[in-house]
Design a protein around this ligand. Structure first.
Ligand code: NOJ
Ligand code: CA
Length: 707
């Protein structure tokens, strides 16, 4: 009897050892590990370790489907597969030319015993983190699934420090909060400084959310390849230290996602780094997207662009021709309202002249088309815009012609006022017009509630709309810079005509936010949170920091030198040069904006801590020149910069745009100085950043090779 029992015990032991071994996989460097288990209730769950230490504890996986009792337990494993993958792919534009994509994969086939529904879980383990997703193959048991919610857990192993924004279903334009995980209280953030109330149904956060453990490990939770699915927020359990996926829903359909099989969910991602800067160096999100579907897109070149834009945010001019939409704006008595329309042919030509003289490749013109009299708060009229009819004082063809003569492209503007159906009905007409004029970039906008009310910006319906815009635009050789967008999830790899987007509190908040604008720590947080998702249209470069005389009660909360540094710190292939021309003309510091690149061979995050400071160096494609940006929060800081990334044997002229000795983001923001140095790769530079300050450096080869 004893023998039989011990044989059975041995068999169980051998079987469980094998199983355990089979469902464990590490990253190529062996540091990150994933283990898959079935819990006592036969619920699939994963565990994540770094250097053999548990970082994410047993976290369950499952779904609530309409019409199915329980899809969270009662599974059996029917297959296990492991393989490895390694490639280098090229970015047509971006923060680096070549991206390494190396991972080990672990796939588990599961069968849900009560319903016989088959499901595959796929984990990709990289040196810089993990991505996993659910795959529902075509099968007899089911042909369509209605997801009421996805129950993906992230079971944290400590009360980490978190940088988070609330899980708003419509807008990501919230200030980041810095709290312990157990102190996250998203519901207290429902009141937005400029929108009455935003839609935040649960104590949930949006992604990316960045965390730091007590040991100094940095984590960022996000998603990759968000396609035909709802955006994911993460519900917070402050006591158990668990986050659970909470998909964005719709009051119209009552469900979160509806899909026909076969389908796969977006990847749930966890970026991991032993220091903060390692997060910036990671392209895990892009690596989890499909390769480029468009091939080369010679019609899009990264550019800087000026605009008829900031003047409206300052209230100096208006989007609409009657001036009626701007009650609290700057309006000198002597001017008649109609003279304040910004988008006139004359104004656009003035801007084109300025751009062509200053190495700025494009101009954006907002307020050019009819409808702006009714652009906010008219939800009962579905769509107040068309995208071809100009106001009478704006001659679109003439502006394009003049721009071409001067080598400056027009960036089209399509504000939809939250009416995607109206926009979709006009996409072909609007893009045909652009194509006929040779316009290759559009900035889109989705201000206000989505019409129909009940759909949300981040739900499946809108995810599909944003995708339709991208695919239609691609057919017309058009690149898209979306405002009020869906979050970036690395799709720029597949669709390189997704060039940039907003999806954060941009510079514009400094012109009109009633809460004092973006604080000095804003960008040192953004660099390690929102920016990990993808390029940002932030619109740096305001020189008239105090916004006088237009907005005497508002201001930009950085020094002028930090505004320059942001052209390097912020990743985007389109960078705005937004201030009014008169603040740039004749200003010595404007030279940095003229010179700075927008398309990069490589990017190095040299130093930084989340929310405190960051220094980034980028090498420009084609020229081999380098640009460095360093920014700090409200604390002054000394940064020791080693230029050992420069090419050995090469000599460079460095121009340093620095905070003046008495600079301070509030007390003296425009104090700056310019220094010149000859540098090599053995040079060291000491940068003294003021409170809310920064430093911007251009490092130009002394003897550029003649190509
Ligand atoms: C909000 C956008 O963020 C801003 O850039 C734009 O000027 C307005 N909407 C109008 O479209
Ligand atoms: Ca700080």
């Amino acid at each position: 009897m004893v023998r039989i029992v011990s044989i059975i015990f041995l068999v169980i032991l051998i079987f469980s050892c094998n199983l355990k071994e089979k469902i464990f996989q590490t990253s190529p460097d062996g540091k990150v590990g994933i283990a898959l288990v079935l819990t006592d209730s036969s619920t699939p769950a994963y565990k994540l370790s770094i250097n053999d230490k548990t970082l994410i504890d047993t976290s369950c996986l499952g779904f609530d489907f309409a019409g199915i009792d329980d899809f969270n337990s009662n599974f059996k494993i029917t297959g296990i597969d492991k393989n490895s993958f390694s490639e280098t792919w090229e970015m047509p534009w971006g923060e680096r030319r070549y991206v390494e994509n190396n991972y080990n994969q672990l796939s588990i086939d599961l069968k849900h015993k009560p319903t016989k529904i088959k499901l595959k879980l796929v984990f990709r383990i990289f040196n810089d983190g993990v991505g996993f997703r659910y795959e529902f193959p075509e099968q007899k048991a089911v042909s369509e699934l209605i997801i009421m919610d996805e129950n993906t857990q992230f079971n944290l192993t400590g009360d980490h420090t978190c940088w988070w924004i609330p899980g708003d279903w419509d807008i990501y334009e919230h200030l980041y909060n810095t709290t312990k995980f157990s102190e996250i209280d998203a519901l207290s953030k429902r009141n937005h400084p400029n929108l009455a109330q935003t839609y935040i149904p649960e104590n949930a956060v949006n992604t990316p959310i960045t965390m730091r453990t007590e040991e100094g490990i940095h984590l960022c939770f996000h998603e990759a390849d968000l396609t035909d699915y709802a955006g994911m927020t993460l519900k917070i359990d402050p006591e158990k230290l668990i986050m659970t996926s909470e998909l964005v829903g719709s009051e119209i359909t009552g469900y979160k996602v509806k899909r026909t099989l076969p389908f796969t969910t977006p990847w749930r991602t966890i970026q991991i780094s032993e220091n903060a800067t390692g997060l910036i160096g990671s392209n895990l999100t892009e690596n989890l997207n499909e390769p480029n579907k468009l091939g080369s897109i010679p019609w899009f070149h990264p550019i800087k662009y000026a605009g008829i834009w900031w003047e409206m945010h300052l209230g100096k001019s208006t989007w609409d021709i009657s001036g009626s939409q701007d009650s609290n704006s700057f309006s000198p008595d002597s001017e008649t309202p109609s003279s304040r329309h910004g988008a006139t042919t004359e104004n656009a030509k003035r801007l084109i002249d300025f751009a062509s003289e200053n190495n700025i490749g494009g101009i954006l013109v907002e307020g050019w088309n009819t409808g702006w009299e009714h652009w906010i708060g008219f939800e009962d009229r579905e769509g107040v815009f068309d995208f071809i009819t100009c106001y009478p004082d704006y001659d679109l063809k003439e502006v394009v012609r003049y721009g071409k003569e001067k080598g400056v492209e027009l960036i089209m503007h399509h504000e939809t006022s939250g009416a995607p159906r109206t926009y979709e009905a006009q996409l072909d007409t609007a893009y045909s017009l652009m194509k006929s004029l040779g316009i290759h970039t559009v900035k889109t906008g989705y201000v206000g509630n989505i019409i129909p009310v009940g759909e949300h910006h981040h739900g499946q319906w809108m995810v599909n709309h944003y995708q339709k815009v991208i695919e239609t635009a691609a057919k017309y050789n058009i690149a898209v810079n979306a405002h009020e967008p869906i979050k970036a999830t690395g799709k720029r790899r597949t669709w390189p005509n997704i060039i940039s987007r907003e999806g954060l509190r941009g510079q514009e908040f400094n012109a009109w936010a009633s809460d004092g604008g973006n604080p000095p720590e804003h960008l040192p947080i953004i660099a390690f949170t929102r920016m990990l998702a993808g390029p940002i249209d932030y619109t740096p470069g305001i020189f008239n920091i105090k916004l006088k005389p237009y907005k005497p009660d508002n201001q930009v909360n950085t020094t002028l030198a930090q505004q320059l540094a942001l052209y390097v710190v912020i990743n985007s292939p389109v960078q705005m040069v937004p201030d009014l021309i008169e603040y740039y003309e004749g200003h010595p510091a404007f030279q940095f904006i003229r010179d700075v690149g927008v398309n990069w061979e490589q990017t190095l995050a040299l130093n930084g801590e989340v929310g405190d400071y960051v220094t980034i160096a980028r090498e420009e494609r084609e020229t081999g020149n380098w640009f460095v940006g360093s920014i700090t929060d409200e604390n002054p800081r000394m940064i020791n910069l080693k230029l050992n990334f420069l090419t050995k044997g090469e000599t460079y002229d460095a121009t340093l745009f620095l905070d003046g000795a008495d600079a301070h983001w509030d007390k003296n923001p425009t104090s700056y100085k310019i220094e010149h140095l000859t540098v090599t790769n053995s040079s060291d530079v000491e940068l003294n950043l003021a409170a809310g300050g920064g430093a911007a450096i251009s490092i130009i080869k002394t003897n550029p090779e003649i190509e």
